[in-house]
Write a protein that binds this ligand. Structure first.
Ligand SMILES: Cc1ncc(COP(=O)(O)O)c(C=O)c1O
Length: 432
């Protein structure tokens, strides 16, 4: 008799709805006979968004109460405090709250001076928000492929792109020869909470005079050892600016939409703030045309409450990842997330790779384990970007990864028993 089921069943939050729409519950009607006895069949959601909030319920509700009592809804003390705290967390001088991660990227690009017709280089295996932001400032997306190990931007491929396809014109602007447009910026994506290899990317950016806007939307607290600076540095503190998302499912999530831009450049921080507030330098005086993308005061207050727990939650995610690593290390045909000596990822997602991905996903679902795909189709092959004329084979590493990746349940409330249960199913399936 396999007893792994029993502690798992006892460990669950009964009947609570999760953000993924699954109920974490014991269903006594569905009995699993696989091990020759009637065990309790349990469902494991991809992400438990309920328990972390319930644990902080009183503090979170008091934020709302404070807001009601002071009519503190837009701007004000809670926004200022959070901006200050989050800048300190990232090791930057400034943080400007905005309405979402997508707007963080858009406004950072705009504030940094990226405009219509400029080329911005990023990776094809990211969430579409990265390239939406580029298009929304009128710029043109171009891609380079990613490293096989971390699935983040490959500095060698970037070097090749810059050396072979671009050259400086007489006025010192870097021009993409085929497109005849200036190449102005890079957006490395710290995907799954894994920092991109920033040293060589920053070196190339300096050499080719490119702005660097980090997409840190999945990487709150991720660290990378910079050999140039001989120090561990936190995602969001490498480039000219970085964008964070506080979408509820992120490592630091709001109870609604929210985002931020971090930077060490005071003027850039102020410009992001101005652009996010209708381009106003003071009330009803608009220096430029902006938009409405302010960080809500209530969300800022909520983020301050949750930020106090972020180190501990990230640590818990690392422990979950280490347990998965140990239990799946010898699973045939499974590639585990790579963690190099200079990387301290925060495991926003724990993504394995296998050629039998679809079958394994279905098998896990049949056993009550919900998994995710981040992302099933690289951006250059999306219908929305048909006009870019990329073909299958353009970015082989990203394309191969897309066919093999599988995001396992992950989060600070995931239990040892749940991980053992999931790993056991994977191990048995992959061994057949
Ligand atoms: C890599 C990446 N970039 C950008 C975003 C956009 O953030 P938001 O949903 O807050 O607009 C996300 C959020 O899912 C993301 O994962």
């Amino acid at each position: 008799m396999d007893v792994k089921f029993l502690p798992l069943a006892m460990d669950l939050n009964l009947g609570q709805k999760t953000g993924e729409g699954n109920f974490v519950s014991i269903d006594l009607r569905s009995c699993d006979l696989e091990f020759g006895f009637k065990s309790l069949r349990t469902d494991i959601p991809f992400l438990d968004l309920v328990r972390p909030h319930l644990e902080l319920e009183e503090e979170l509700v008091s934020v709302f109460r404070r807001s009601l009592r002071n009519a503190d809804f837009i701007g004000g003390k809670m926004v200022e405090v959070f901006q200050h705290e989050f800048a300190a967390f990232c090791g930057t001088l400034y943080c400007t709250g905005v309405g979402s991660g997508t707007d963080g990227l858009r406004l950072a690009l705009k504030a940094a001076g990226i405009s219509a017709g400029d080329i911005v280089v990023t990776v094809p295996n990211t969430f579409i928000a990265t390239t939406e932001a580029i298009s929304q400032v009128g710029a043109i997306t171009d891609f380079v492929d990613v490293l096989e190990t971390t699935l983040t931007m490959d500095a060698q491929k970037l070097n090749e792109y810059l050396e072979t396809r671009c050259s400086f014109d007489k006025s010192g602007r870097l021009i993409h020869r085929g497109k005849g447009r200036p190449v102005r910026a890079l957006i490395p994506v710290h995907l799954y909470g894994q920092p991109a290899d920033m040293d060589p990317l920053l070196e190339l950016a300096r050499k080719y005079r490119l702005l660097v806007i980090e997409d840190a939307c999945q990487a709150h607290g991720a660290q990378y050892f910079s050999t140039r600076e001989k120090a561990w540095k936190t995602a969001g503190s490498f480039g000219d600016a970085a964008a964070f998302s506080f979408y509820p499912g992120k490592n630091l999530g709001a109870c609604g939409e929210a985002g931020a831009v971090t930077t060490n450049d005071k003027a850039l921080a102020e410009r992001v703030g101005m652009l996010a507030n209708h381009g106003q330098s003071r009330k009803y005086y608009h220096d430029v045309e902006g938009s409405n993308s302010r960080l809500d005061a209530i969300q800022a207050g909520i983020l301050s409450v949750k930020l106090k727990h972020l180190h501990q939650w990230n640590q818990k995610r690392r422990e979950c990842a280490a347990l998965y690593d140990r239990l799946l290390g010898k699973a045939p045909g499974v590639v585990l997330p790579y963690v190099g000596p200079r990387l301290r990822p925060v495991f926003h997602l724990y993504v394995i790779r296998t050629r039998r991905r679809d079958a394994l996903k279905n098998h896990l679902q049949r056993h009550g384990v919900t998994t995710g795909l981040h992302y099933p189709l690289p951006l250059h092959l999306q219908k929305s970007y048909r006009g870019m004329n990329f073909r299958p084979g353009s970015f082989p590493v990203a394309e191969t990864a897309a066919a093999r990746i599988l995001s396992l349940p992950m989060g600070p409330t995931l239990t040892k028993d749940q991980i053992e249960y999931i790993s056991d199913i994977i191990f048995r399936f992959m061994s057949t």
